[in-house]
Write a protein that binds this ligand. Sequence first.
Ligand code: ZN
Length: 327
Amino acid sequence: MANEQQESSIDRRKRVQFLKKAIVTGLVIGVTVPWALCAVLFFLAAGIKNEAKAERQENRSQMEAMEQELRRQEEQIAQLNSQLSEFIAQMETERQEAIVPDLDASVSGEEEKSTGHKVYLTFDDGPSKYTNDILDILKKYGVKATFFVLGKPGKGNEAALNRIVEEGHTLGMHSYSHKYSEIYATKESFIEDFQGIQTFLEEVTGVTSKLYRFPGGSSNTVTAVDIHEFIGYLQEQDVVYYDWNVSSGDAASQTLSVEAIYENCIEGIVGKSVSVVLFHDAADKKTTVEALPKIIETLLKMEDTEILPITEESKPVQHVKAEVIEN
Ligand code: ZN
């Protein structure tokens, strides 16, 4: 009996101990598992967050790269646009300067005495790499000409300008920039460009030029302002403008042959009392230089014909007549 009681008390103790263990284990599991789950979830969330952040950064740098590319393309377009307008202006120059308005009718002032024939050889757009060649030819034949030049700084160009003056040729102005869209935009822009070329030539050669040739001529159709506004300004500056009544045709964008230039000149000159012949002194006008000796030789053989430089006293050939300013 006593044995049975002892055994059952041992069993109870064992059961209590088992229950205690179970309760402690349950508590430990109940507390640690949620914490462990929390920790796992926390790390998972942090991982997702980092991934999202990296993706955002990648997206941002992609966007920046795209924006940069866009800006680069915009710059390229702007550059192309300006090249295009430059090209259009150049084409317009060529078109305008190829025009030869009604010939003898455009010699203003009194009729030239019919004795003798005056020929003025004029070279626009220089100095260029051919200026010295042209000057050499003129020197060889003892002939003086007129150069309507542009504002082109640089050692070689400035030396050429000085050579023009030193060898007794006439230095005229043909605008500083030769950019129609800028020069003819407003009266102010015309004046600014005019003062630019006059001052530039003064600084380089010491000569204050009083002769002007409008880019495209006074009859150009590109000016946004009435040409008389500019003519009025030139008159105020005591500057005379000269157009032309014979074109060598060398303004054409397609290179003209030596023969064609020669024929254009001689056909244009014959029968006129005053001929102002338009040539171009430019890098792409090699045939002009090559045609020049033969043209001069033919002119020198013509009766009563003189080759002269334009001076302030020469009767101007003008496509658009200046309106008389009455004081
Ligand atoms: Zn020109």
